[in-house]
Design a protein around this ligand. Structure first.
Ligand SMILES: Nc1ncnc2c1ncn2[C@@H]1O[C@H](COP(=O)(O)OP(=O)(O)OP(=O)(O)O)[C@@H](O)[C@H]1O
Length: 262
C-alpha cells in the first residue's frame, strides 16, 4: 500500500438513500471512516441505522448513492463479495451454529476467507494442510482474545447471552476483516456486561482490527469506545463529531429526550 492509499478513507459513503415503498428510511447520508478509527452510529428507534448498515454491507441495494471501500466502488455488490474485500459484519445470533462448540464456530468462520476446491478438501496438499493448521491456530487465538478460552469446547447453545455476543464477534473476526462492522453487539447485555464488552473491544482494536464501525443502542458503550460518532434521526444525519461534542449537541439531546418524553 502506498502512502496515499494509507491516508485515504477506508470507507466513504456518499448520498446514500433507501426508500421502502413510501418510507424514506435513509436520506442522503454522507460520511467517511478512516483507517484505525472506531466510528459509532447511533440514533433513536427507527432512525435508519440498521438500514444504513445493511446498505453498506450489501444486504440492501441503495435507492441512490455510493459506497466506496478501500478505493473500490462496492455499491450494490453482494454481501459475500463485500466480505471478501475485507468489509465484514457481525450478525446477531444468525452466524452462530448452536450445536457446534465455540472453537468449531470460529473455525467455520475462517472458510469465508479460504479459497479451497473440493478436491483439495479430500486430497489436501501441503499448502492446504498448512492453511488448515493456520485456521485452527487463529481460531484458538481469537477465542482467547474474546475472553472465551474457558468455553472453547462448550456447545454454543450453552453460552450465556454475553458469551454469545462475544462469539458472534469472534466468528466475524475469523474472516480477517480490514473493517469490522458490528450490529448492536451489546444487545441484551446488562450494564456491567456491556462495560466488559467495551474493554474487550478496546483490546480487539489494539491487537486485531483497528478499524471498526459500531451500531449500538447502548450510548455509554458507544461514547466510550468510539473516536467519532454519527447520529441519525428520521433517516438523516443529525450530527457527527467526537463523542463529547455529539453528547452536548442540543439537537441530539432533543432527538433523544424529546422522543423519551413523547
Ligand atoms: N424492510 C423494510 N421494509 C419497510 N420499511 C422498513 C424496512 N426496514 C426498515 N424500515 C423502516 O425504515 C425506518 C428505519 O428503520 P431502521 O430499522 O433502519 O432504523 P433503526 O435506526 O435501525 O431502528 P432501531 O434502533 O429500532 O433498530 C423505519 O421507519 C422502519 O420501519
Amino acid at each position: 500500500m502506498n502512502p496515499t492509499q494509507q491516508d485515504a478513507p477506508l470507507l466513504t459513503v456518499e448520498g446514500l438513500s433507501k426508500t421502502f415503498g413510501g418510507i424514506k428510511a435513509v436520506q442522503e447520508i454522507d460520511f467517511q471512516v478512516n483507517r484505525g478509527e472506531v466510528f459509532g452510529l447511533i440514533g433513536p428507534n427507527g432512525a435508519g441505522k440498521t438500514t444504513c448498515f445493511n446498505l453498506i454491507t450489501g444486504f440492501y441495494t441503495p435507492t441512490t448513492g455510493r459506497v466506496t471501500f478501500q478505493g473500490h466502488d462496492i455499491t450494490g455488490q453482494s454481501p459475500y463479495r463485500i466480505a471478501r474485500r475485507g468489509l465484514v459484519r457481525s450478525f446477531q445470533k444468525t452466524n452462530v451454529l448452536k450445536p457446534l462448540t465455540v472453537f468449531e464456530n470460529v473455525l467455520a468462520g475462517h472458510y469465508l476467507s479460504a479459497r479451497q476446491s473440493l478436491l483439495a478438501t479430500f486430497f489436501p496438499t501441503a499448502p492446504v494442510r498448512a492453511a488448515e493448521r493456520d485456521a485452527r491456530d487463529n481460531a484458538a487465538r481469537l477465542v482467547t482474545l474474546l475472553d472465551l478460552g474457558a468455553r472453547m469446547d462448550t456447545p454454543a447453545y450453552r453460552l450465556s447471552c454475553g458469551e454469545l455476543r462475544l462469539l458472534e464477534v469472534a466468528v466475524a473476526l475469523a474472516a480477517r476483516p480490514t473493517l469490522l462492522m458490528l450490529d448492536e453487539p451489546a444487545a441484551g447485555l446488562n450494564s456491567q456486561e456491556a462495560m466488559r464488552f467495551g474493554g474487550i473491544l478496546k483490546r480487539l482494536r489494539r491487537e486485531q482490527v483497528p478499524s471498526i464501525v459500531i451500531v449500538e443502542h447502548n450510548m455509554s458503550l458507544v461514547m466510550d469506545v468510539s473516536d467519532r460518532v454519527m447520529v441519525m434521526d428520521f433517516g438523516r444525519k443529525l450530527a457527527e463529531g467526537k463523542p463529547a461534542e455529539v453528547k452536548s449537541n442540543p439537537q441530539v439531546v432533543e432527538a433523544y429526550l424529546g422522543r423519551a418524553r413523547a
